[in-house]
Structure formats: structure tokens, C-alpha cells
Write a protein that binds this ligand. Structure first.
Ligand code: CMC
Length: 430
């Protein structure tokens, strides 16, 4: 049953009935799209605290209860029983694949994993100490200068090929960004390896010696990719959707998502958490950092804590924490002083009145940096790992948006508070 919310303009007395839409789950949304046309008002919601920017079938989060679903499947079940490429298929197409659908999907990904030879030379244009995320923004954006057979966004087949290319090429570009930063030759992908295994091969193998993929590392990496694959309308996904809404080239849209992801309030937090733990150094200094996080005149925040949507423990953080334990045990390296420090920090924060009152819990980034470290991933590649995984969500959300019948350019309005109107000084005026 459709419900309405009535709103009356106090100045004119005119009333407008706003339709209330109900999704499958989550709060109902008030459709305000006619508000300006009918009553002459804009709404004001900086940071989108109460604004749904789209309808989506892909991912659902209940932040109060700590629930995350991909196409209706709980993240815990997917983490236990699925793997990254299957989850990517699920996000893109809406259903879990059959065996043959998965084989075909896998084969498409494998066969799109190479990048054009000309693109390989782009890496040399970056100075050796460029942050790999800077290289990623540039090189992924440069993909828009290639693959002209997949950029007619009105053609569903083109959209699909662009999405597959993006998922397939991301690990290749990511590993190449790293290899360039350490001055080693860029590796080609190998078609007989898994998605995570191939990334490890391109990251760590050298022409001068054999590299064996550790199955424990490969499995853990695949899990981390799966956990980061999508997270509904987060800042980077919303950026991809906004760029895509203009009809921009799909690869350029993904580059804009990478740029948004890089910030420490978003994907850059995983790198920031590790740097913060190093800075804290020992348990005795935790109270000092907790006090700084609570001090409003200090810009310091406890990195890896808090979330716009989760007002409870981030379910991904729990899974990463368990996986981290498992990885350490299997790799025979059970003592990591930074992990001990992180556990202690979490314990102190969760008992602190400020953190309780503000509902600040560990988010996925609190533990993901530690697991990357245990897997041998260098710190400056942490956010790049996030970008590889989130590409599945970005392309799924981009495809959903383009196919949407109501799709139009995303164009927020504003409340203008600058000078009303002024006259340019006449010549000779002081
Ligand atoms: N440490 C200390 N205080 C915090 C923190 C924190 N990590 N996070 C939020 N707060 C306080 C904030 O100061 C504010 O207090 P008050 O109401 O007294 O002014 C209140 O909690 C609400 O914070 P907010 O900044 O208004 O919340 P937001 O939804 O705009 O920001 C956030 C969410 C994730 C950007 C923020 O919690 C944060 O900066 N966390 C640290 C960075 C981080 O871990 N980011 C990763 C997010 S999860 C993965 C991802 O999305 O990529």
C-alpha cells in the first residue's frame, strides 16, 4: 500500500503529498523529487545523512544490527562458502552462477587480464616514489583511451565487456603500479592461476627466481577481496555513479571511484590504521591516543573506528579478525605485537564512555591492514587492494544505474549563502 507524507508550506499554506516508497528492507524513503517544482523548496542534507540517492537491488546494510547482504545473501555465509569471483558474478548479475556460468565468467576474466602493451609504458611516466594509488588513478583513467569497442554505454553488451575488463585488469594494473614503485619489471598475468593467485604472482614473482604461491595467503586474500567487493552507496561508489550519470567513459568513471576511495575517511583508512598502530607503539600509550581522539580541538581520529552506517560492530571486521588469527596460525607466525596492540586498543575504546555514546565500533579497516601485513602486502598497497575488490561493486552499481529507466544526470542543488549581487568596480574607483 502506497503511503504519503503531507508537507505544508508555512508561507503559502499549500500542501504537497509526498509519496513514501518502501524497499524490501531498510527505512522507507520519502520521494521529494517534486518538492521544488510544486512548492519551490530544496532539501538540505550535506554528507547525505538522510538521503537515498538511488534505488538499488545490489547490497543491503542494516547498520544498527551489523548486517551486510550481497543480493540478499549474508556476508558471513558468502565468506564461509563462496569466493571472490562468484561474489562478483552475484553482484553483477543478481544470482549465484551455475557451474558452467561460473566457468564462462572465470574464463572471460582470465582472458581480459592482460593490458595493452602501450598502456604498460604509461607506468614509466610516474616517478619511482609515486604512491601506487596515484598511479592507479592515472593508469585506470587511461584505459578510457583504449578499448573503444566497449564504450557505447547504451549497448548492454558493451557495458558488460567494460565491466569484465575492469574486474580482470585491476589486479594487473595494481601489481604493475607496485612493481614500478620498487623498480622491478612488470609481470604478465598467468591464465592458469586463480584471481588472487594471479595477483600474488604479478606482485611477487621475479624473472630471476621462482615464486611459489602460498595457498594460505591466496585463500585469505580471496576472502578479503570478497569482503570488500561492495558496500552500497559509499563515497567511491556514489562517485562512480555520479560520474557515470553524465554518460562518461566507464573506465574514467572507475578512475574517479579510485580517487574517492583513496581518502583516509574511506579506503585510505586501512593504511592509516597501520601507521597509527606504529605511532602508538605500545599499550601504555593507548590512553594518550584515546584522549586525543576525544579531544575536539585535535584533528586526530581513531582510524578504523566509526562508520556512517554501522552503529554496531562492522560484520566484515569480525570476519577479518578471525581470518587474521587463522592466517597467523597457519603461517606459523602467531605473535604479532601490532595485533596485540590492536586488540588492546579495541578493548579500551569499546569500554570508553565517548566511544559507547557515539556508537563507534571497529570497521573493516581496523583489521584489514594487519591481515595484509601478515600476507606480505606492503603498506602503501593496502588501499590498492581495496580498489581491486571494490571494482566488482563499482561496475555492478554502474551497470545497474545505466540500465535504470529513471536514470538522469546526478546534479545536486545548493543553498547559496554568498553575496546576493554586487557591482564590478568602475574604472578609477578605489
Ligand atoms: N575517532 C574519534 N571520534 C570519532 C571517530 C573516530 N574514528 N569517528 C567518528 N567520531 C565522532 C565524531 O567526532 C563525531 O563526534 P561529535 O558528534 O561529538 O561531533 C561523531 O563521532 C560522528 O562522527 P562523524 O564524523 O559525524 O560521522 P561520519 O558518519 O560523518 O563519519 C567516518 C564516518 C568513517 C568518516 C568517521 O567515523 C571516521 O573518520 N572514522 C575514521 C576513519 C575510518 O576508519 N574510515 C573507514 C571507514 S570504513 C571503510 C570505508 O568506508 O572505506
Amino acid at each position: 500500500m502506497e503511503t504519503k507524507l503531507n508537507i505544508t508550506d508555512p508561507e503559502t499554506g499549500k500542501t504537497l503529498e509526498l509519496p513514501v516508497r518502501r524497499g524490501t528492507r531498510g527505512p522507507p524513503v520519502v520521494d521529494i523529487s517534486r518538492l521544488y517544482q510544486d512548492l519551490g523548496y530544496f532539501t538540505y542534507d550535506p554528507g547525505f545523512l538522510s538521503t537515498a540517492s538511488c534505488s538499488s537491488h545490489i547490497t543491503f546494510i542494516d547498520g544498527e544490527k551489523g548486517i551486510l547482504l550481497y543480493r540478499g545473501y549474508p556476508i558471513e555465509q558468502l565468506a564461509e562458502r563462496s569466493h571472490f569471483l562468484e561474489a562478483a558474478y552475484l553482484l553483477l548479475y543478481g544470482e549465484l552462477p551455475s557451474v558452467s556460468q561460473l566457468t564462462t565468467f572465470n574464463s572471460h576474466i582470465v582472458h581480459h587480464s592482460m593490458i595493452n602493451e602501450s598502456l604498460r609504458s604509461f607506468f614509466n611516466g610516474f616517478y619511482y616514489d609515486a604512491h601506487p594509488m596515484a598511479t592507479m588513478v592515472g593508469v585506470v583513467g587511461s584505459l578510457s583511451a583504449f578499448y573503444h569497442d566497449s564504450t557505447d554505454i547504451h549497448n548492454p553488451e558493451h557495458r558488460e565487456v567494460a565491466a569484465l575488463r575492469m574486474i580482470a585488469k585491476m589486479p594487473t594494473i595494481a601489481a604493475a603500479s607496485y612493481k614500478h614503485s620498487i623498480g622491478e619489471p612488470i609481470n604478465y598475468p598467468k591464465n592458469d592461476l586463480s584471481y588472487a593467485g594471479n595477483f600474488l604472482h604479478m606482485m611477487f614473482s621475479r624473472p630471476s627466481e621462482d615464486y611459489e604461491i602460498d595457498p594460505v595467503v591466496e585463500k585469505a586474500l580471496d576472502l578479503i577481496f570478497l569482503l570488500h567487493a561492495d558496500h552500497e552507496q559509499n563515497a567511491s561508489t556514489s562517485t562512480v555513479r555520479l560520474a557515470g550519470s553524465t554518460g562518461a567513459n566507464p573506465f574514467a568513471c572507475i578512475a574517479s571511484g579510485i580517487a574517492a576511495l583513496w581518502g583516509p575517511a574511506h579506503g585510505g583508512a586501512n593504511e592509516a590504521v597501520l601507521n597509527m598502530l606504529h605511532e602508538i607503539g605500545r599499550a601504555g600509550r593507548i590512553p594518550e591516543f584515546i584522549a586525543r581522539a576525544k579531544n575536539k580541538s585535535d584533528p586526530f581520529r581513531l582510524m578504523g573506528f566509526g562508520h556512517r552506517v554501522y552503529k554496531n560492530y562492522d560484520p566484515r571486521a569480525r570476519i577479518v579478525q578471525r581470518a587474521y588469527h587463522d592466517v597467523l596460525t597457519k603461517l606459523g607466525n602467531s605473535d604479532d605485537p601490532l595485533f596485540e596492540l590492536a586488540l588492546k586498543l579495541e578493548e579500551v575504546a569499546l569500554k570508553d564512555e565517548y566511544f559507547i555514546e557515539h556508537k563507534l565500533y571497529p570497521n573493516v579497516d581496523f583489521y584489514s591492514g594487519l591481515i595484509y601485513k601478515a600476507l606480505g602486502i606492503p603498506t602503501n598497497m593496502f588501499t590498492v587492494m581495496f580498489a581491486i575488490a571494490r571494482t566488482a561493486g563499482w561496475v555492478a552499481q554502474w551497470m545497474e544505474m545505466i540500465a535504470e529507466s529513471e536514470q538522469r544526470i546526478g546534479r545536486p542543488r545548493q543553498s547559496y549563502v554568498g553575496p546576493a549581487c554586487r557591482q564590478y568596480p568602475a574604472a578609477g574607483d578605489d
